[in-house]
Design a protein around this ligand. Structure first.
Ligand SMILES: Nc1ncnc2c1ncn2[C@@H]1O[C@H](COP(=O)(O)OP(=O)(O)O)[C@@H](O)[C@H]1O
Ligand SMILES: [Mg+2]
Length: 340
């Protein structure tokens, strides 16, 4: 260990017959951290992960793992484990056989295999299911087998590509917590691909938000939510997404800006006391609060949160006030303006 970043990608690019996969990917990952690659489908998350894994070789740039240049190294020579969306289990092998498959291939002695497997099954809550076949397990259990297999590999770096997307919402939530706890307990470095911003926000120390093969912002969940680098990040992160308002529709903002506002910083006020008169477009009861969708020319995604059940009729007009100190400012290119 030299104290520097554990994983480094420098100006990495990958194309297929001239078609862009990823470009200008520069990233540093600290050992023991949980990094999420986040973005819409097709933005280059899997390509980035596959480049890191050695399943693809970059056209440009450099990849270092643990101070070693692995840019063109084989996947088997990179000392990492992988977990995929599809589990990739052998259907004819038992849970136990699936978990230790890699150790057998590497001719790890039998006693050591048994010890490692016991520990991995304990950690993933699979003890007692050793002799079951994958077909006799639930989706969540299957994904735990894939996790156990990654754990017994004993690598310090684990790459995961949408490992929860085949699970239902409730299970996703609990396996999400399991993965996070595992990563912390084992102190391993995880690079985790997801298109689900809630997953990234709740699990990651650092999020890499991508679009069209390029990185848009690298930061903590707090950075992305509270200091989005551009309007794409603003609209991708958070539920509901940040609303965008052309400054021309608001009095007092004479510059040609795009203003961003989160639902929690906008409120319905008495008629005549707001900054904008909007039309109610929908009301969505969420349980503890109701999300009121609003429309106004020159705005997108405007909404407010009302406590409890607060159904409002579509087409009704309401006055909205903004917490002006909390407004985000973006220039005409959509980039965040700081220091205003
Ligand atoms: N093997 C491949 N051949 C050609 N194009 C590819 C290949 N793999 C990925 N791509 C392209 O690279 C882009 C990024 O894909 P991918 O990394 O899979 O996105 P994501 O995982 O974010 O959904 C897409 O336009 C995709 O079509
Ligand atoms: Mg993908």
């Amino acid at each position: 260990m030299n104290g520097g970043p554990f994983v480094i990608l420098k100006d990495v690019a990958k194309r297929w017959n001239g078609q862009l996969g990823v470009e200008d990917i520069s990233l540093e990952i600290e050992e023991g951290s949980f990094v999420a690659l986040l973005g819409p489908s097709g933005c280059g998350k899997s390509t980035s992960l596959r480049l890191l894994a050695g399943l693809e070789i970059p056209d440009e740039g450099q990849i270092l793992i643990d101070s070693r240049d692995v840019t063109t190294s084989a996947a088997s020579d990179r000392n990492l484990s992988m977990v995929f969306q599809s589990y990739a289990l052998f259907p004819h092998l038992s849970v136990a056989e699936n978990v230790i498959f890699g150790l057998k291939v590497r001719r790890v002695p039998k006693a050591e295999r048994a010890e490692k497997m016991k520990r991995a099954l304990e950690i993933t809550g699979l003890t007692g299911l050793e002799s079951r076949k994958p077909g006799e397990l639930s989706g969540g259990q299957r994904q735990r087998v894939a996790l156990a297999r990654a754990i017994v590999a004993g690598q310090r770096l684990c790459l995961m590509d949408e490992p929860l997307s085949n699970l239902d919402a409730k299970l996703r939530n609990s396996v999400r917590k399991d993965i996070k706890k595992l990563q912390r307990d084992l102190g391993i470095t995880v690079v985790y691909v997801t298109h689900d911003q809630t997953e990234a926000m709740s699990m990651a120390d650092k999020i890499v938000l991508m679009k069209d093969g390029r990185i848009q912002q690298v930061g903590t969940p707090d950075d992305l939510y509270n200091r989005p680098a551009n309007t794409f990040v603003a609209e991708f992160v958070g539920a509901p997404p940040m609303a965008l308002i052309q400054s021309s529709v608001l009095a007092g903002f004479d510059k040609d800006l795009t203003l961003g506002v989160r639902a929690e910083h906008a409120t319905i006020v008495e008629k005549g006391k707001g900054q904008l008169t909007c039309t109610v477009s929908e009301a969505e009861f969420l349980g503890s609060e109701t999300l009121i969708g609003l429309s106004h020319e020159g705005t997108t995604g405007l909404s407010v949160l009302q406590p409890g059940l607060s159904l409002m009729d579509e087409g009704v007009t309401v006055d909205i006030a903004f917490d002006t100190a909390k407004l985000h400012k973006f220039n005409q290119e959509g980039d965040r303006i700081t220091g205003m």
